[in-house]
Structure formats: C-alpha cells, structure tokens
Ligand binder design. Structure first.
Ligand code: ARG
Length: 459
C-alpha cells in the first residue's frame, strides 16, 4: 500500500528493492536525539507564533519525549517502510498522541529537518574532537616536561641528523595538535547556523520565527539563504577535512612508536595496557594500538574523499544523493575519537628508555654540524669550507670505526692543523642540544618555555 506520509498520489507501494535502497533508518537512527530536539524546538516556535495551538504544541513536545525514551531504552520498532528517522519518529508520535502529531510538520520539510539533525550531530563531534585533542595535548606536554633535557637523535630521511631533546620532539606534536584544535574550532564557529525553517528549499509562507528555533538549538543564527541551507554539507566536509589532517598527525606519531618500540631502536617501552602478544611467538609484545591508529587515516580520509565525491556536481538544492552523507561521517567520527583516546593512553603510559636515547643520539656522527659550527666560530672559516673539513673528519672516524669524539687531537690536526682541544667541548650531545638556544630550538631552556606556554593555554 502507498506511504502514509507522502503516498497521496501513489496507487502502489514501493518494490522491496526500492525500499532497501531508499531507507536510511538503518543508520540515521543514530540522530534520533537530534531529530527530537529539533522537532521540539520547532513545535514550541509554531505555538509561539500562533501557527498551532499551545495545547497541540504541548502534546507534541511531551509525546516526543515519550518517543525518545522508547528509543533510548531500546523499546522502539524501527520500520524500513518509514524510510528514515524523521518519519519513524513522527509516525510513532501519531500513535502516542494522535491528531496533533500531524501538525508538527507545518512550515518544515525533511530537507531542512535532516540538515538540522545532521548539523547538530556533527556539531557534537566537533566538540568531542576538541576535547579529545586537548586531552592528548596534555599527555604530550607531560612527557615533554619530564624529559625536557633527555637527549635523543633527531632524524631527517630517518637518518641520524642532529641531537634533539625528548621534550622538543614531544612538543612538536603539541604544535601539530594545536593547529588541529584551532581548525576544528574555526570550522565549528563557521558551521553554527541553523537550516531549520528553510523548509523544502524556498522558505515558507507561515510566519515562522527562525531566530527562535536557532537560539533554542544553540545555533548562532539562522542560515541566511534557504536554498543554501538545505543543499549545504560543508559542515560535514570540513569536519572530515579537519579529522583527516588530525588523523594524519596521529599516524605519524603512531609510526614513530612502532619504530621506537622495536628491538632495534628500544627508544620506548609501551605499556602492557596498549600492547598485545603473539599466539605463537612467546617473546612478542606488539604495538597493535599504534598500528591501528596509523591505519585509521585510511577510513577517515576515505570518508572525506567519499563525501566530496557525493557532493561534487550536485545541482541545487537537496538531492537524495545527500542521504549518502551520514554513514561515512559517523564512521570517521567514531574512528577519530577512538584513535585520539588510544593515543592519549599510549602517550601517558609510554616510558622512554633514556639511556638508549642518549646512546643513539651520540652515534651516527650526530654532532658533525656542531663541529663545523665550531670551525666557523673558532677559526673564522667560511661555513662551506668548515662543512668540507668536517666531512673529512667524519670519513676518518668512519674508517677507524669510531665516533667523532673518539678521534684524537693529532688525528684531527692531520685534516686541519689549527684545530685545538677546545673542539671536544662541542662534540658531546648534551652540549650540542644546550647550544641550540635559537627561538624554537631544541635547547632544554627553550623546551621548558614552550611547556609553560602550552600548560597555560591548555589550563
Ligand atoms: N533520509 C533523508 C536523508 O537522509 C531525509 C531527507 C529526505 N528528503 C526528501 N526530500 N526525500 O537525506
């Protein structure tokens, strides 16, 4: 039989396959609370403007709470024939309160309704992401504070480059996450305009009060163009873009944890709480959480590309294509929140192997740049020449199978006669990092300043 919500002109009901491809109730039931919140605000506004009676609005608002509690307690029979959460809720409302339920949809369409529901849902995810990022930042700052002067190798090309401090490395992630935070906040401020009252696409002839519903739902203002309001999914695309960049940052640290926790590096020990064993190899302790965080970018960025592809080329305004917006956003949001929480746990629990870090920092000729800088300062050599002389000294050490500080002064003077014993002062890793006092540099003093700054920002 024909649909009771829109079937007036239809003689026959839909094919089963049509019902299957058309229905979104399997996933959009996740927006039940938002749908009911939006409808309650709409009903209150319809009464305040005299479009429906106070009695009808009260019955609708009360009845919607009954429906919400049925859904929340799992006592709700979702129907595929009723397509989506909007019609499932309204149909049940009719069963609960009778005739007034039919007045709820006055001056409204499912087009502005779904845009409103989805915006409310995504807005909560912006807030959750912001909270999750802040918590993770605090964990990184705490690591930086304890290890502000632990020395470790800094890498370029994953080759030992120059010694850096553990705190500096941790604070690099605080900077990245700080940008993520500001991206999510910017986008949240931009998206906070209410589609409700745009109706199907053109607005409505009823004297609705869009300021009132916008305020009731925590929006800053109503969206100014009804066509745009029902056609816009930028708020979801921006969420996915912010989430993708954030997930990319998480994947980089996850990769470092995988490398650092290996037997070949031994830079960190991950806690048992965030590791797993092997069913065949008894010695194994695998960094599974880090690997899964490293992988989450795949589905999060996949969702972003997926929704961009759905939206591109859609003519204004609403098209049913847009029903394909939700599942990928739901999945991406779940994945991001889980990745943030897991990363926070791992960062809090991880223990740096301070000796292994320092040993690694001192190997691989990591203070060659310090040596070249010394030649510039002490002997007034042009840097390019100093670079060349230092390269010869590195080659000499490599031939002897030793590190730079193990060369004797005599060895060094065969390469350049004016080198003096003072040079040995700059070859130690502690001196190396302490000397990098330029703003943003790795010196423990500078790291502690950044730790203090971020603790202030995050407090
Ligand atoms: N389930 C639909 C969606 O998610 C709701 C909007 C339907 N609007 C319409 N005109 N068919 O997009």
């Amino acid at each position: 039989s024909a649909n009771t919500m829109w079937g007036g002109r239809f003689a026959a009901g839909p094919d089963a396959i049509m019902e299957a491809i058309n229905a979104s109730i399997g996933f959009d039931q996740r927006m039940a609370a938002q749908d009911i919140e939006g409808s309650r605000a709409h009903a209150a506004m319809l009464a305040a403007t005299g479009i429906i009676t106070d009695n009808d609005a009260a019955a609708i608002r009360e009845g919607l709470l009954t429906v919400l509690s049925e859904i929340e307690s799992g006592n709700f029979a979702f129907s595929t024939a009723l397509e989506d959460i909007h019609m499932n809720v309204e149909a049940r409302l009719k069963e609960v309160i009778g005739e007034p339920a039919g007045r709820l949809h006055t001056g409204r369409s499912r087009n502005d309704q779904v845009a409103t529901d989805f915006k409310l849902w995504v807005r909560d995810q912006y807030d959750a992401a912001i909270a999750g990022i802040e918590a993770l930042m605090k964990a990184f700052v705490a690591q930086a504070e304890v290890g502000a002067d632990w020395v470790m190798p800094g890498f370029t090309h994953l080759q030992t480059a120059q010694p850096v401090t553990w705190g500096h490395h941790m604070m690099a992630y605080v900077e990245m996450l700080g940008r993520d935070l500001s991206r999510f906040r910017d986008a949240r401020a931009r998206m906070n305009e209410a589609p409700l009252g745009a109706a199907a696409l053109a607005g409505t002839s009823f004297p609705i009060d869009r300021e009132m519903t916008a305020a009731a739902l925590g929006f800053d203002r109503p969206a100014a163009n009804s066509l745009d309001a029902v056609a816009d999914r930028d708020f979801a695309l921006e969420f996915l873009s912010c989430a993708s960049i954030c997930a990319m940052h998480l994947s980089r640290f996850a990769e470092e944890l995988v490398i650092w926790s290996s037997a070949q590096f031994r830079f960190v020990v991950l806690s048992d709480r965030f590791s797993t064993g092997s069913s065949i190899m008894p010695q194994k302790k695998n960094p599974d959480a880090a690997e899964l965080i490293r992988a989450k970018i795949g589905r999060i960025m996949g969702a972003m590309v997926g929704l961009f592809t759905v939206m591109k080329g859609l003519p204004l305004t609403y098209s049913k294509d847009m029903q394909e917006d939700k599942e990928q956003v739901f999945d991406a949001a779940d994945s991001l929140m889980l990745a943030l929480a897991a990363m926070e746990g791992m960062v809090k629990d991880m223990e740096a192997n301070v000796d292994a870090l320092e040993t690694a920092a001192a190997s691989g000729f990591s203070t060659a740049t310090d040596l070249a800088d010394w030649l510039v300062r002490a002997l007034n050599m042009p840097f390019r020449d100093a670079h060349h002389v230092t390269g010869s000294l590195v080659a000499m050490a490599e031939n002897k199978g030793c590190d730079l500080p193990d060369l004797t002064l005599d060895d060094m003077q065969t390469v350049h006669a004016q080198i003096t014993a003072d040079v040995f002062d700059v070859l130690g890793v502690k001196n190396s990092v302490a000397s990098r006092m330029s703003y943003g540099g790795t010196a423990p003093t500078r790291v502690r300043e950044q730790v203090a700054r971020w603790k202030e920002v995050l407090s």
